[in-house]
Design a protein around this ligand. Sequence first.
Ligand code: PLP
Length: 471
Amino acid sequence: MKWDEFGPWGHRAADWAVDYHRNIRDLPVRAQTQPGDILNALPLSPPEHAEPLEDMFNDFETIIMPGMTHWQHPKFFAYFPTNATPASVLAEYLVTNLTAQCMLWQTSPAATELETRVLDWLRQGMGLPKGFHGVIQDSASGATLAAVMTMRERALNWRGNKDGLAGQKTLRIYASSEVHTSIDRAIWITGIGESNLVRIPIQGPNRAMDPVALEAAIRADIAAGMVPAGVIACVGGTGTGATDDIAAVSKVAKTHDLYLHVDAAWAGNAMVCPEFRDIWAGAEDADSIVFNPYKWIGGQFDGSVHFIRSPEDLTRTLAIQPEYLKTHGKDGVINYSEWSVPLGRRFRALKLWFLIRAYGLEGLRKHIRDNVKWSQDLCARLADTSNFQIVTQPMWSLFTFRYAPAGATDLDELNQRLVDTINDDGRIYITQTRVDGDLAIRFQVGQTETTEQDVKDAYDVIIEIAKGLPV
Ligand SMILES: *Cc1c(COP(=O)(O)O)cnc(C)c1O
């Protein structure tokens, strides 16, 4: 394929995208294929000779599309969404055409400087104070890994990267039982070890870590000769939206000079609305915060916004400067690859710039507010419906519920069967979680195109399918 042919095919792809979004409501939300269906439809060996694009495009439509789960479907209520507003997708299209590797300032000054500016816009939009510096990481997992690396280096007086962990005192990291598995992975990868991730018990309706237990755990570890290195708090945990009392946790962390990282991958988006900020009061004192704009406000997947208080500590941990990366005579510029684990960086700031300009902070706030209201309305309706129980109350737009008809003996099995039957039906898509050991059905509203009617329709689908289910 030559660039000359790109024009017509680019137009065709754009037309395809418009039709896709126009007709998406007619598609089942979750792919309805069986394991192996797509694999078996693909030739066993690669083509020896060039094939016409027409054939590829047809195969994309007939082989690939049936095997896609439609994350942009307005009736996607599973997991957390990966939103893509058209403005951010358009920016990604431009970025794809440039395919710049934005590791250093000089490898595309615009990418670096736009990232600096747009992340400061987001900082202001979320009501965070000056003093936080932003960087776009590949994922929340990547941001958390960078934070745990920094915790490790701080606690070891910057000797970990050089000497390794052998012979060092045992480092300890603290988090509640509600944090995401990316925290476990960060603990594995940094060599701190899973048994040194101390799980602090949770309490209260927000399922928040108990700050008194946190303090006690830290003291006990110090007394045992171990070295507390940091605390990871969560705002809007994945299962039920669990949210720690950041102010209380931060106070404990400060007392012991511990690094505090806040994982707000999903709920951080809600902070564009001032009325939702009380719940993370204290976040302004954290050492770092991560959130994923694709999980709610519509910055095309992927990319995570990582706010940090001390770029010096982060770069002291992660910067590496072989001769070929040195940018002589350009002191004072930011080389963002020194702020993250991967060296190569895509130009992810453009889509956030397009996003914020196309909708304005007010547009982003409206989206969040509507979603929260619609979800809470649905929760109230289910609470009033016989045989349904609310398991965890709404945290922003996420709540969990259970179907518990009289005579049912194995509620876990019944609720899993309800989830599976609903997803096989295809009109909506939901997923399950466990709350204190019991299966509960998660419901969140956050997809870009979801309307109030879509959420109301979800109620009808849930009730209809539950009624038809043998108990
Ligand atoms: C989604 C999620 C993550 C992981 O995000 P990635 O960007 O996929 O690494 C981490 N923490 C929470 C609370 C999440 O919801």
